[in-house]
Design a protein around this ligand. Structure first.
Ligand code: ADP
Length: 253
C-alpha cells in the first residue's frame, strides 16, 4: 500500500523555482532517503508534504487523501482549517532544530498532541508520553524542560512527540545535522530502531552511512529535480549519473 504519493510537485518562492516536477512515492513500511546538496529543495519538499508550504502545482496524498486540498468538480480547493489539521496530524514531522514547546516539560511536549488533537485523556496521553520517552532512552528526563536537555535529548523528545500521534508516515528533516557527533549517534540509534520496526519514513539527510544502513530507496535531488532514484545499495554504490557519483564522493570522501 502506498502511504505517500507526491506527483509533479512544483513550488517557487517568487521567481525562484525550488521544486520542479518532483514525484516521490513511499510504500507502507518503506524507508526512503532524500539526499542532495544544500539548496536542492529537500526541506521544501518535506514541508510541502506536511502542508507547511502550499504547492504551486502537483498532488500530494497521504493514505490516499490529498494534503491541504480537496477536489471539487475536478478543481482543487484548500481544505477548511479543521480538516487540514486532521490530515496533517497523520504526518509526523521532525525538524532539524527540534522545535519543542519551550515552556513544557519533555513529557508534556509529547502528551500535548494526543490530548489536544486526538482528544485522549490527560492520564492516557501522559502514560503514552512516558512510555515513548522510555523507548527513546529518556527515562529520568521526563520532567526536564527543553533548555535543560542536550540537543540529542531534545531531538529524541521531538521524535517521541511525532510518534505519539501514531503517524502514517514520519518525515525527518536533517534530524542529526544540528548535533555534535556524539549526540548525533544517540539520535541515529533511535532512527535505526524505528527502521528496524519498519516505521514508514521519508528522511532528508546528509548522513550517508545512516542512509546506507536504514534506507530501502534513495532519491537524489539537485536544484529541485530528481536526478536519480533507486534501491539504496544500487544508488550508493553503482550510481547511474556522474552528478550522483560526484556528490557521494564529496559526502563520503
Ligand atoms: P535543502 O533542504 O535541500 O537544503 P531547501 O528546501 O532548504 O533546500 O531550499 C531550497 C531553495 O529554496 C534554496 O535556494 C532556498 O534558499 C530556497 N528557500 C527555501 N525556503 C525559502 C523561503 N521561505 N523563501 C524563499 N526561498 C526559500
Amino acid at each position: 500500500m502506498i502511504k505517500l504519493s507526491a506527483r509533479g510537485v512544483v513550488k517557487s518562492y517568487g521567481d525562484v523555482a525550488v521544486l520542479k516536477d518532483v514525484t516521490v512515492e513511499v510504500a507502507d513500511g518503506e524507508i526512503v532517503a532524500l539526499i542532495g546538496p544544500s539548496g536542492a529543495g529537500k526541506s521544501t519538499f518535506l514541508r510541502c508534504v506536511n502542508n507547511l508550504e502550499t504547492v504551486d502545482s502537483g498532488h500530494i496524498a497521504v493514505d490516499g487523501e490529498l494534503v491541504g486540498y480537496r477536489e471539487v468538480d475536478g478543481c482543487l480547493e484548500p481544505l477548511p482549517d479543521r480538516e487540514a489539521s486532521r490530515r496533517r496530524a497523520r504526518i509526523g514531522f521532525v525538524f532539524q532544530h527540534f522545535h519543542l514547546f519551550r515552556h513544557m516539560t519533555a513529557r508534556d511536549n509529547v502528551a500535548y498532541g494526543p490530548r489536544e488533537v486526538l482528544g485522549e485523556s490527560t492520564a492516557a496521553a501522559r502514560g503514552k508520553a512516558l512510555s515513548l520517552l522510555d523507548r527513546m532512552g529518556l527515562t529520568g528526563r521526563e520532567h526536564h524542560y527543553p533548555h535543560e536537555l542536550s540537543g540529542g535529548q531534545q531531538q529524541r523528545v521531538a521524535i517521541a512527540r511525532a510518534l505519539a500521534m501514531d503517524p502514517s508516515i514520519l518525515l525527518l528533516d536533517e534530524p542529526t545535522s544540528a548535533l555534535d557527533p556524539e549526540l548525533r549517534v544517540e539520535v541515529a540509534n533511535v532512527i535505526r530502531e524505528l527502521a528496524r520496526d519498519r516505521r514508514t519514513m521519508l528522511i532528508a539527510t546528509h548522513d550517508i552511512p545512516l542512509v546506507e544502513e536504514i534506507a530501502d530507496r534513495v532519491v537524489f535531488l539537485v536544484d529541485g529535480r530528481i536526478v536519480e532514484e533507486g534501491p539504496a545499495a544500487k544508488l550508493l554504490h553503482e550510481p547511474g549519473h556522474d552528478r550522483t557519483r560526484a556528490f557521494l564522493a564529496r559526502m563520503t570522501g
